[in-house]
Ligand binder design. Structure first.
Ligand code: G6P
Length: 362
């Protein structure tokens, strides 16, 4: 049974470990034997006709949307906005002439996101729901659906649905970029990349002892922490911080590393953990100096770095994949750091207080 915990103490750990297979499953499902995306033509035509994409989601799905924006803009050259569904529903931004909506929702049942879809349908705009649950409400009510095929996600803290959403967005962005004739999309070898991602994820989940030791050393005894990065690394830092907050109850902010100095750095005290993501060549040096700035104020810093950008003294080295797909790897140590911190605090990892897996009220 897919929903069986087996020998795992908690579903979350099982679901983290399943991620390499989820990547392979998505490649099998959505790529041809030659590695070309196989996406419904009608869906691609509808997206091609749009002048702007609007990605809507809540929680972790919203965070997956922040990565999707980069993928759709880079690979398909379509301007893309990302919105928190509970905000969009009651303060709709001015829309472009031909909007296309993408709903990201693991469960397909989130009331905040559904409220937006109801409005979108009333206005007659085309939409796509990317979800893990076939026949869920948002899947039924949107014009198109793509399934994540991640298998049931039971732990409240979402892990494999986040990486599945990003991988599927990448496949879709590649498909769209190809039909609109973008060279960068044509040259993007998605099958090879997803293969590298799967292998890379496996290497990270095989380092559980090291991640548990880092959790013990950096996070277990703190009640405040930061994840920082720039650009796509900032987007991942938001998800990394959410994981830690949800299951360990440590107050953690994901922050744009360059923005820290404009106020928030005042929170850094002796021993405050600051974890930096460094996976993008353009901003690696800048994030390193921002980490230095926190260290000078007493922070206990940790670097999570893509191999090609690593220097002596870096703490966690991630295998290299295309920079656009680095979030698929950089989030994994953060998931495991959250897991071990929660576990060793003796908390219920799978069922954190105050939270529900699927929130069907606004
Ligand atoms: C709840 C869950 C979160 C999830 C969010 C959105 O708050 O606790 O983990 O990210 O809903 O859920 P969805 O099913 O729409 O992705």
């Amino acid at each position: 049974d897919e929903a069986d915990k087996g020998t795992y103490p908690f579903y979350m750990l099982k679901e983290v470990d399943e991620q390499p297979n989820v990547m392979r499953k998505l490649a099998q499902t959505y790529l041809s034997e030659h590695g070309e995306p196989e996406i419904d033509d009608k869906l691609l035509k509808a997206m091609q006709a749009a002048d702007r994409l609007y990605i809507v989601g809540a929680g972790t799905s919203y965070h997956a949307g922040l990565i999707g924006k980069r993928l759709f803009e880079n690979l398909a050259h379509i301007p893309t906005e990302v919105h928190v569904s509970s905000e969009f529903a009651y303060e709709q931004p001015m829309l472009s002439e031909k909007p296309f909506f993408i709903f990201l929702t693991q469960s397909g049942e989130t009331a905040d996101s559904r409220e937006v879809l109801v409005n979108v349908n009333d206005a007659g705009y085309p939409s796509l729901t990317i979800t893990n649950v076939q026949n869920s409400t948002l899947s039924r009510e949107a014009t198109y659906t793509l399934l994540l095929h991640a298998g049931p996600e039971i732990a409240v803290a979402s892990t494999k649905a986040y990486t599945a959403q990003i991988a599927l967005e990448a496949i879709l962005a590649k498909a769209l970029g190809e039909v609109t004739g973008q060279i960068i999309a044509q040259n993007f070898n998605i099958r090879q990349q997803l293969g590298l991602v799967a292998t890379g994820m496996q290497a990270i989940v095989d380092e559980k002892d090291k991640l548990e030791a880092i959790s013990n050393n950096y996070l277990l005894k703190t009640n405040r922490a930061f994840y920082i990065g720039r650009g796509i690394d900032h987007a991942v830092s938001l998800e990394a911080a959410l994981k830690l907050k949800e299951i360990s109850y440590i107050q953690c902010e994901g922050f744009a590393s360059g923005e820290l100095k404009h106020g928030t750095i005042a929170l850094i005290e002796e021993g405050t953990p600051v974890i930096g993501f460094i996976t993008q060549e353009k901003t690696a040096g800048l994030t390193r100096s921002n980490l230095q700035e926190t260290m000078a104020r007493g922070a206990k810093t940790l670097t999570i770095v893509r191999e090609g950008l690593a220097v002596d003294g870096d703490d966690l080295i991630l295998p290299d994949v295309d920079e656009m797909l680095m979030p698929l790897l950089s989030v994994v140590p953060a998931q495991l750091l959250a897991y071990y911190t929660s576990l060793n605090k003796g908390l219920d990892v799978d069922k954190p207080r105050n939270l529900a897996k699927s929130v069907t009220v606004e």
